[in-house]
Design a protein around this ligand. Sequence first.
Ligand code: SAM
Length: 279
Amino acid sequence: MPTIDNLPPLREVIETHGIAAKKSLGQNFLLDLNLTAKIARLAGDLSSSDILEVGPGPGGLTRGLLAEGARKVLAIEKDSRCMSALAEIEAAYPGKLTVLNADALELDPTAHLTHPIKVAANLPYNVGTELLVRWLTPQEWPPFWESLTLMFQREVAQRIVAQPGSKAYGRLAILSQWRADPRIVLDLSPEAFTPAPKVSSAVVHLKALPQPRFEADPDVLNKVVAAGFNQRRKMLRSALKALAPDIDDRILAAGIKPTERAEQVPIEGFCALARELAQ
Ligand code: SAM
């Protein structure tokens, strides 16, 4: 069966270049190029943006992004075994793909990219959430990216879009919805991946808002939310008591009852509290 480009099928690529999936790098590959092209389309119009792809692996999503017309792709991959496979894609799309063999947690990609920038990634869970929080909490807003199209475990995706009062509502929901508009755009069963993980996955698309919904310092907000949800069964007055000696007064000044629990407080309340505590 012909592929979306003139390159070999991904199963063959993995075999030729010896990229057997490693658990330690969270490698669960997408081998269906029609699916990776579909995910690429979920990132929106690619033709006038640079795309940052984190964790390309053997290049399924990279090929999807390029076949769908990305202006340029910068792919950052930690596993050096993937470099020769990715070099073949680079050769098939001259001038369109740059690959860096690096840890995305340690590299600032912005020097290699031109605005507007979109991010697309299928990453291991822990790296994905760590990068998501970093991308959502820079001091300056708008950030370097216009949108993020990211694969997560379905449970994590549900946490990103969760509303106050639900069990899934917490730090990820507040940070994501404070400065962006997140939507679950695709559900995937474990069988979509090789090897199949134990859990289902989902693609989340986050569009950066021109400005945050409410004013707050990102570091203070992050700290308040982390403390509030670290002990989510407790009333806010006890969960946050280490943050200020007069925490009851600060919570009241933010328009919240000190007896409420973090999961009942909307984003606006947490931002008001962050402003109170920043004073
Ligand atoms: N994008 C490919 C796909 O969809 O088939 C691979 C997905 S696999 C779930 C995750 C990829 O991220 C692997 O190739 C892994 O080596 C890479 N990776 C893991 N940690 C990384 C890190 N800190 N920086 C860059 N890449 C990383």
